[in-house]
Design a protein around this ligand. Structure first.
Ligand SMILES: [Zn+2]
Ligand SMILES: [Zn+2]
Length: 137
């Protein structure tokens, strides 16, 4: 099953709908092999989605992040598709500063360790920077 089908099922289970634009945004991120910035994303959407205006695209991205299908790489201000939809654990991103490639691994429960009393964690992304094996060699 491909990642888009999986995403659709994940949304259905969460009672949400993967609209054509949301799906197209996800597809662009899945096809990219490096994090994509919002304006690049819009440029790539041009061909297909007539209603891909910035606010709509940002809302689609918000939805995808909230459902755990996409993670934002804060330091790069860019987005990556999650390789395993809605894993419900913290995403740990290893960002290569040379080639820009991102490897995602999953932590255990999101941000449980030093959590302030009563704080409910909804999603966590941890970023590590350095060189991937290829670039370090
Ligand atoms: Zn993930
Ligand atoms: Zn690299």
């Amino acid at each position: 099953m491909d990642i888009l089908d999986e995403a659709e099922q994940h949304c259905a289970r969460a009672g949400a709908r993967l609209t054509p634009l949301r799906k197209r945004v996800l597809e662009v991120l899945v096809e990219a092999d490096a994090p994509v910035k919002a304006y690049d994303l819009m440029a790539r959407l041009d061909d297909s989605a007539a209603n891909a205006k910035p606010p709509t695209v940002y809302r689609a991205l918000d939805f995808l992040m909230q459902t755990g299908l996409v993670h934002k790489v804060e330091a790069l201000n860019a987005f990556v598709a999650c390789p395993s939809a809605g894993h419900g654990a913290a995403a740990i991103l290893y960002v290569c500063e040379k080639c820009g490639r991102i490897t995602e691994v999953h932590g255990t429960r999101p941000g449980q360790d030093k959590r302030p009393a009563g704080f409910v964690v909804k999603r966590s992304v941890v970023e590590h920077y350095g060189l991937c094996a290829g670039c370090a060699a």
